[in-house]
Design a protein around this ligand. Structure first.
Ligand SMILES: [Zn+2]
Length: 239
């Protein structure tokens, strides 16, 4: 599809009422970029040439979570489907379909998830893969922080809670995480694991508690802010 300077199109390929992309050709631009025009309530996609707009639009769509958040538009959940770009450990991953009913696999050096199945079956396979990835990473980070605090192992589980990222029950020594955190960048995942493990020492959110978290991951404020700013978008994926 050829795009033109000044053209407007929906951010969401499926169309609808989400954010609008305004295409802009600027011969002096040295690379593709996206900026937010808050007054117009649009994301401006900039390319040096009209031909470059196609790639610029694709680039903007990989940043859709960021665009939605910056425009304060609640991201609309949509089912996980081929062609969609989601994030895994903070990096874009494209969803692709293959014929048959095979399980989802992470391929192309982690930039593509390929799965069989159609419709809901496809979405479920992709979600199962994301849950497996979440379990592996969270087990590893939880163990790491347990060892750092000289704590014995806990029972860990992965859930799909509506809004919470994790919970810890010190009496039963169980920790539960939302698998959705696997879409966040690694330091955010690490912070979440530290947050829950530190509750084995202090069940509250007292200054003493936060100093344990700080011992584990250093300054935790940027990661808490990240979850506050982008968490809503991660909870909307696939819903
Ligand atoms: Zn807590």
């Amino acid at each position: 599809m050829a795009y033109r300077n000044d053209q407007r199109l929906p951010l969401d390929e499926g169309g609808g009422s989400g954010p609008v992309l305004r295409l802009s050709v600027n011969p002096r631009a040295r690379r593709l970029s996206v900026r937010i025009d808050a007054r117009a309530g649009e994301a401006v996609v900039i390319a040096p040439t009209e031909r470059g707009l196609t790639q610029a639009v694709a680039f903007a769509r990989t940043k859709s979570v960021w665009i939605c958040e910056r425009l304060a538009v609640r991201p609309k959940g949509r089912p996980l489907e081929p062609g969609q770009v989601i994030s895994l450990r903070g990096r874009p991953v494209r969803l692709e379909a293959v014929p048959g009913a095979g399980a989802a696999r992470l391929v192309e050096e982690g930039t593509v998830i390929r799965s069989g199945g159609e419709g809901e079956a496809y979405a479920r396979r992709v979600e199962n893969l994301l849950k497996r990835e979440a379990r592996d990473t969270l087990l590893e980070r939880t163990d790491h922080h347990l060892r750092a605090l000289g704590q014995t192992p806990v029972k860990m589980s992965i859930a799909d809670t509506r809004s919470r990222w994790g919970s810890c029950s010190p009496h039963n020594r169980t920790i539960r995480y939302s698998w959705r955190v696997i879409m966040a960048p690694p330091p955010v995942i690490d912070y979440l694991a530290a947050h829950e493990v530190a509750h084995l020492v202090h069940a509250d959110h007292s200054p003493a508690y936060w100093s344990v978290v700080e011992r584990l991951v250093g300054d935790h404020r940027p990661w808490r802010k990240w979850l506050k700013d982008y968490g809503g978008a991660l909870h909307a994926v696939g819903r």
